[in-house]
Design a protein around this ligand. Structure first.
Ligand SMILES: [Fe+2]
Length: 220
């Protein structure tokens, strides 16, 4: 039986990391979780939620999810604390179109945007193979991977070469480390999401979920 907080699913096990571990150095890309997303029930059908916000720094500066509109000042300050202005961000990825993930796209009008399966620069929309199941490669270390299920057009961002291994910024493909009881109720297509989750667990060493701290994946 898995220890508390761990989830064992066939050949994969998800293991919580220390809550303070939000920085994942690497070469050439390092990853920092600027904000840990959360989801807390207030009543039976009301909850407070915000999406994780993640910065990837290396040859390209990438922000994955921007939190909700209420995160505007937090996001600006977090970037400034790292010596960055919004104009320094080259690529903003919205893992899916929910308001707690893409509430601050307007801070980044000059960045390339990937939101779900749409890729745009300014008002120019570019072809993408995401809808056909193909990853969009930023370079040899970073790829944006389609992972539908939570919505119809989710993407994750895979970062190879961190010192913790391959890291996946997964949006709401995973709610949190121990989400086996909750993710299906939030899924538009649980069958597709199950396939996407299995692929993520097969390939990632660390996952940044949409509404909880990063966790590690171990394989038998
Ligand atoms: Fe969502």
């Amino acid at each position: 039986m898995a220890a508390s907080g761990e989830v064992s699913s066939g050949q994969f096990r998800t293991v919580p990391l220390p809550e303070s571990q939000l920085d994942f150095p690497g070469e050439p890309y390092s990853v920092s979780v600027l904000k840990v997303g959360y989801c807390r029930a207030l009543t039976e059908d009301t909850f407070k939620a915000d999406g994780s916000i993640t910065l990837i720094q290396g040859p390209t500066t990438i922000l994955v999810d921007t939190g909700g509109p209420w995160d505007r000042d937090f996001l600006l300050k977090s970037l400034k604390d790292r010596g960055l202005e919004p104009g320094d961000v080259n690529l903003v990825v919205g893992t899916h179109g929910h308001s707690d993930h893409i509430g601050n796209l307007g801070l980044f009008p000059a960045a390339k945007l990937i939101v779900g399966w749409d890729i745009s620069e300014g008002d120019t929309y570019c072809p993408s193979g995401l809808a056909e199941g193909h990853a969009y490669c930023v370079d040899e270390h970073i790829s944006v991977v389609p992972c539908p299920g939570h919505t119809g057009q989710d993407v994750s961002v895979q970062v190879a070469g961190t010192f913790a291994g391959t890291l996946l910024v997964a949006g709401d493909l995973f709610e949190c480390c121990s989400d086996e009881d909750s993710w299906r109720a939030l899924s538009m297509n649980a069958e597709k999401q199950e396939v996407s989750r299995r692929e993520a667990l097969r390939t990632a060493d660390v996952i940044v979920p949409g509404h909880g701290p990063p966790f590690r994946v171990t394989r038998r």
